[in-house]
Design a protein around this ligand. Structure first.
Ligand code: HEC
Length: 148
């Protein structure tokens, strides 16, 4: 039994180290970042509905989604790698050549999302509305410049 467990552990460890060193395939990077952006939409959409008054404002849900956006907001960027702009992607290749401009967009987005999470804690639409608008504009501003 003990031997079996050790063997199992060794297998797990081997798999882990393999996946850590295996080369990332372009389509995997594209699917990863698109998946995170889908999660953006999944959370940001219901927040937009509440801000617009399409659904009733639920402070607990809004705060939960705002916190999630802060977490998710740092995740897609590591998958914008050289060689991942050729197929199956809406990301423009100039992300590679205009890195500074792209990073600035990321920075303003992350700032806006952090502000939104802070505003959400007040549970007051007077603060949340403008912070949400600002965050939404940082999505659009990046898409306008760097997405197909
Ligand atoms: C710094 C740039 C940037 C910011 C900020 C940004 N996006 Fe995007 N987004 C992209 C790029 C680039 C793609 C295309 C990714 C691809 O296809 O490889 C994308 C794709 C998407 C997609 C499509 C995913 C799919 O393939 O189904 C959605 C939805 C999306 N973004 C939502 C958002 C939302 C909502 C926000 C703000 C809360 C946001 N994005 C902020 C750059 C950005």
């Amino acid at each position: 039994m003990k031997k079996f467990t050790l063997l199992g552990m060794a297998t797990v460890l081997t798999c882990l180290s393999l996946s850590a060193t295996a080369e990332i395939k372009p389509f995997e990077a594209v699917e990863y970042r698109q998946g995170i952006f889908k999660a953006f939409k999944w959370n940001f959409g219901p927040m937009a509905d509440m801000v617009k008054g399409k659904t009733e404002f639920n402070a607990e849900e809004f705060n939960k989604r705002a916190e999630r956006m802060v977490e998710l907001g740092s995740m897609p960027w590591e998958a914008f790698l050289a060689g991942t702009y050729a197929s199956g992607t809406g990301a423009l290749p100039k992300i590679e050549t205009e890195k500074d401009a792209y990073n600035k967009k990321i920075e303003s987005f992350e700032k806006a999302i952090a502000n939104l999470a802070t505003a959400a804690k007040t549970n007051d639409m007077k603060n949340i509305g403008p912070a949400f608008g600002q965050a939404g504009r940082t999505c659009k501003s990046c898409h306008d410049q760097f997405r197909d």
